[in-house]
Design a protein around this ligand. Structure first.
Ligand code: ZN
Ligand code: ZN
Length: 172
């Protein structure tokens, strides 16, 4: 027999519908037809009364973030494609660039372009979890540091660190 999480000597009557931990009759309360423990009841009441962010509500910033990822992925893809063009036409670049220079520059652009396309391209499809919140944060920070897009990155960063966004990713 499993004991109540609050009372080690009393057998549990049921598990909390939210956190799943076992509790005795005394510790469980019914909220909207579900039996919950005290802390979960308090949290749900706070959400219902608007004091706490609702973890189930998708924050508006998500749509902007997805658009940002698409934009960044396309931009790096374009850099890679331009690198490919440099490589393909290295011998015909004209007098201002030697074939070797064109190949080196093309190779770097192709490599880095494709390398940075991947993290932005997969970001919108990642599951919602604490580590992906950090992953997205790194991508936003990377954009700000690498390509001087602070006007895009800074507002995104401000909304990203808001409690409702964090709650949606599983931070209590
Ligand atoms: Zn609970
Ligand atoms: Zn109890």
């Amino acid at each position: 027999m499993i004991d109540c999480a609050n009372h080690p000597s009393i057998p549990a009557a049921a598990v909390c519908a939210t956190c799943g931990r076992p509790y005795c009759e005394q510790c469980l309360v019914e909220v909207l037809g579900q039996r919950q423990c005290g802390p979960c009841r308090d949290r749900q009441l706070a959400v219902m009364q608007g004091y706490a962010p609702d973890p189930a509500a998708r924050p508006p910033v998500w749509r902007w973030y997805v658009a940002f990822c698409v934009l960044m992925a396309l931009m790096y893809l374009a850099v890679g494609a331009l690198g490919g063009v440099f490589l393909a036409f290295a011998d015909q670049m004209g007098p201002e660039m030697s074939p070797l220079e064109a190949r080196i520059q093309g190779g770097i652009m192709l490599g880095l372009g494709l390398l940075f396309t991947i993290p932005y391209a997969i970001a919108p499809f990642l599951p919602r979890a604490r580590w992906t919140w950090v992953y997205h944060l790194v991508l936003i920070g990377f954009c700000m540091s690498s390509c001087a897009c602070i006007p895009i990155g800074l507002p995104l960063l401000l909304f990203w660190t808001k409690p409702e966004t964090r709650a949606w990713f599983g931070y209590a």
